[in-house]
Ligand binder design. Structure first.
Ligand code: HSE
Length: 437
């Protein structure tokens, strides 16, 4: 670094990289006022220079070979906005080994390979920051790491996937079918290249892994999370949920229990009176309860060029503090400790309230048999609705809400109920949001 000048190289000029470049090229004065440093976008590596972008890149080296950025001795900070696993992972490792700080928006990589990456960063005395990996422009990573540093995090509930939230909102508000709402979300540009990551819950699970690792100061194993997406939720379930006073959201849950963390992503019925029920369209929100601060909520755009660019540049400015340190001084330990593992409680040991929806053949005794199995498994029903008919085949939808019950018991009961010849295969189990205190 020259005195007061920070040189930045970007790998990948897609939506996010373009946002970062725009900010670095247009907000220089503002950033200087706030940090005393000049942030200079020195080079960009991108394989597709054909695509038209609304950017004036005069004075910026436009390259196709990422290694020219990573190995440039003048570059202080490498921004990885390629996404996906490879070559992003190799490029980040190489940049860290070249003792360059790295900023990334790559949630999949941090969630699944974070342990390796943080170790390499530590060994090389540099930082790997990832504010943009969760909640787009919402400063939730800094919120947890700095703003709430004095707190043990007791609970977090997040709406972390804009695509799923957009789909569910359109299904709720405008009675759209799932497929139509997904097409709209894709057209708006916030869906992943592979939308199964959005609607299957994987993207939200990556983000929950990152938040949980930060909150628990260790590395959570992504594969230990229980993950269920929104593809089985129908318009009918949405209208049932509405009639009970709930809104269905894809919710990421973090609860600190005596024997570990309760971590899961699944569609959840949230009471309409809760703030999270009012988070609509592609917006994200994270509700955080700390032992000293109490309840807080972070809300805002979870994706897109400008919000994600804003988050990445906040990391760049943050890193400038490290760059001002003298040679040999250790950077502050602001990341997840890769040596610490965190225990996740298996879903079978968790207790929840449930929403159950069955299509059953309309004949005497059906309801008592279903209720019987639930009772035998110590599951108590709190409400029930049966509609007159559904379709022309004499199957009727039955919806039950339960009191709190064990997940293991519910799984066992559903296996038994699913065997009844009068129950159609496509039954659905959802969980209710219960802030049990
Ligand atoms: N596909 C993601 C979403 C983009 O829909 O939220 C932001 O990570």
């Amino acid at each position: 670094m020259n005195d007061h000048e920070v040189n930045i190289g970007i790998l990948g000029l897609g939506t996010v990289g373009t946002g970062v470049a725009k900010i670095l090229l247009t907000q220089q004065e503002l950033l200087k006022t706030r940090s005393t440093l000049t942030f200079r976008l020195k080079s960009i590596a991108e394989i597709d220079w054909e695509t038209k972008r609304d950017l004036n890149l005069d004075g910026v080296q436009c390259l196709t070979d990422a290694r020219r950025v990573i190995s440039d001795p003048e570059i202080d900070i490498v921004v990885e906005t390629i996404g996906g696993t490879e070559p992003a992972f190799s490029f980040i490792c190489e940049a860290l080994r070249n003792r360059k700080h790295v900023v990334t928006a790559n949630k999949a990589l941090i969630a699944t390979r974070g342990r390796e990456l943080f170790k390499i960063a530590k060994e090389n005395g540099v930082d790997l920051l990832f504010e943009a990996s969760v909640g787009g422009g919402i400063p939730i990573i800094k919120g947890l790491r700095e703003g709430l540093v004095a707190n043990k995090i007791e609970k977090m509930y997040g709406i972390l996937n804009g695509t799923s939230n957009y789909i569910l909102t359109r299904m709720h508000q405008d009675e759209l079918e799932f497929d139509q709402a997904l097409k709209e979300a894709q057209a708006k540009g916030f869906a992943e290249a592979d939308p199964t990551l959005d609607v299957g819950g994987g993207d939200a699970a990556h983000k929950l892994t990152i938040l949980a690792s930060l909150a628990a100061s260790g590395m959570v194993d992504f594969n230990a999370l229980y993950v269920e997406g929104i593809t089985a939720v129908t318009k009918l379930d949405i209208s049932f949920a509405k009639s009970f006073g709930y809104t269905i959201k894809l919710l990421a849950t973090y609860r600190s229990l005596a024997n570990g963390l309760d971590l899961r992503v699944h569609p959840t019925l949230i009471p309409n009176s809760h703030l999270l029920a009012a988070v609509n369209k592609e917006l994200n929100a994270i509700f955080v309860k700390g032992d000293f601060v109490g309840d807080t909520m972070f809300y805002g755009p979870g994706a897109g060029e400008r919000p994600t660019g804003s988050a990445i540049v906040s990391d760049i400015v943050d890193l400038s503090r490290d760059l001002l340190l003298k040679e040999g001084e250790q950077v502050s330990n602001r990341v997840i400790d890769p040596e610490q593992s965190v225990k996740v409680v298996p879903i079978s040991e968790i207790y929840n309230r449930f929403y159950l929806r069955f299509f059953t053949f309309d004949k005497p005794g059906v309801l008592s048999k279903i209720a019987g199995v639930l009772g035998e498994n110590n599951i108590s029903i709190s409400s029930m609705v049966q509609l007159e008919t559904h379709g022309k085949d004499n199957y009727v939808p039955i919806v039950l809400l339960t009191h709190e019950a064990s997940e293991a018991a519910m799984e066992k009961a559903l296996q038994e109920i699913g065997k009844f010849e009068f129950v159609k295969e496509n039954y659905l189990r959802l969980r209710l949001f219960e802030d049990l205190g």
